[in-house]
Design a protein around this ligand. Structure first.
Ligand code: FE2
Length: 423
């Protein structure tokens, strides 16, 4: 029987939050909130950022414009379904017409979830992507959310995703819907000066994997044609996402070592902040694939690993570490799908040599220089954990769909084997 050729996609969409970028941009937040119609504001933050004073400054700026603001500072690093529910409970008792997230990806993701659960209450798992949750779409608009990142990493200020750790299932999972995108991202490099070297390194690793995965993801025009209502936010590599990703990779290659070495290097901090947003725009449209899919169980199944530089007594693998740890091995696997893109990415990172090993080599050199653990073993995993890690990764169907090569249990096993110890 002759096979039927299905039509492939010919359309891609570019969506992003409006971004206000620059040194001192935070000082304009009162004006922006007024413009967005937010007069009573709930500021969401974590205790570390709270101690540094930025949320109080934001409150003052809101009040100077005649608005009112209340602060919730209970965000947990790598938020869980419980911590998100707690924040939503706090918010449910308050009257507010807008939110401000001041912090890293954990805080911005928590604020997205708080807005969702207060506007359209439902159990967390109802909205979490299938097959971990029910994948229920966001039913309607949310309150205006202004995101003020204090790390250069997730790009959450422009993306339609919030990630939560579902404690009972020992797995991290995403809620993704275009209505979750913040109304405005205020990206002020001055707010990132206080991030310690380990946090800067992990966040930079996250930027890089966002850009590399989007750049190498299954191209939009190699996917089936979608009805507009069903076209996913993650549409695959396309000419627009490529532009953002290439620039983000280049900036990380040029500035991440400097930013880790000297947190006060304002030029490095500025370009890393730009890179985080650029990569966020890239992956918020193209989508990530294998390293991010593997990161979910790597972070979710953590037993004892406590990272340096993070104030936590709870074992956790920082998101950026969990994504980059499998990246050299994963890009060895994806290389045959687009050798020219893998080589180009290595070049953008400052490694001019070609070939299959160029990108893994560039990544490993950077990981060593910025102090990223040298493989899954360093995070407390052994070969005996591979079957459960594979199982957890296979749950991330939405992300694996972006892999440029078909990937199943056997391929994931090989990728994980290759990521146990690099040096
Ligand atoms: Fe990420």
């Amino acid at each position: 029987m002759k096979g039927v050729t299905l039509p492939t996609e010919t359309v891609f969409v570019m969506e992003m939050s409006p971004i206000k970028f620059g040194l001192g941009a935070t000082e304009e937040i009162g004006y922006d909130l007024t413009r967005l119609g937010a007069r009573r504001v709930l500021i969401i933050t974590d205790p570390q950022v709270m101690a540094l004073g930025l949320p109080e400054r934001v409150r003052t700026l809101v009040e100077e414009q005649g608005g009112k603001a209340e602060i919730y500072d209970g965000v947990e690093i790598e938020p869980t379904d419980r911590s998100v529910e707690e924040a939503a409970r706090f918010a449910a008792g308050k009257e507010f017409d807008g939110l401000v997230a001041v912090g890293g990806g954990s805080t911005i993701d928590t604020a997205k979830a708080v807005s969702l659960f207060t506007c359209h209450p439902a159990p967390v798992l109802g909205y979490v992507n299938r097959p971990v949750g029910k994948g229920r779409p966001v039913p309607g608009p949310l309150k205006p959310l202004v995101a003020v990142p204090t790390t250069a990493g997730t790009g959450s200020e422009t993306t339609p995703v919030a990630v939560v750790h579902v404690l009972d299932r020992r797995i991290k999972a995403g809620i993704s819907h275009r209505l979750l995108r913040p109304s405005l991202g205020i990206v002020d490099p001055l707010n990132t000066l206080t991030a310690p070297p380990e946090v800067t390194a992990a966040c930079g690793a996250d930027i890089l994997t966002h850009a590399l995965e989007s750049y190498t993801s299954r191209p939009f025009d190699a996917r089936p044609k979608h009805h507009p209502a069903e076209r996913p936010a993650y549409i695959g590599a396309n000419p627009a996402s490529d532009v953002w990703c290439e620039r983000a990779i280049e900036y990380v290659g040029r500035y991440l070592r400097r930013g880790v070495l000297n947190g006060q290097d304002l030029e490095a901090r500025t370009y890393l902040a730009l890179a985080a947003t650029y990569a966020g725009i890239g992956f918020g449209n193209a989508g990530v694939h294998i390293p991010h899919a593997i990161a979910y169980p790597v972070a979710g199944m953590v037993r004892t690993y406590i990272p340096a530089g993070y104030r936590t007594s709870r074992p956790l693998v920082p998101h950026g570490v969990s994504v980059i740890v499998s990246a050299p091995s994963a890009f060895r696997f994806t290389y045959p799908a687009s050798p020219e893109r893998h080589v180009r990415a290595a070049q953008l990172l400052g490694h001019p040599e070609g070939g299959e090993e160029a990108l893994p080599r560039a990544l490993l050199a950077l990981m060593r220089d910025i102090g990223i653990p040298n493989g899954l073993e360093a995070l407390g995993y052994t070969r005996a954990d591979i079957p459960s890690l594979v199982e957890g990764t296979l749950m991330q169907e939405r992300l694996l769909a972006g892999s440029p090569r078909p990937v199943g249990a056997a391929e994931l096993e090989r990728i994980l084997e290759g990521a146990m110890r690099y040096w």
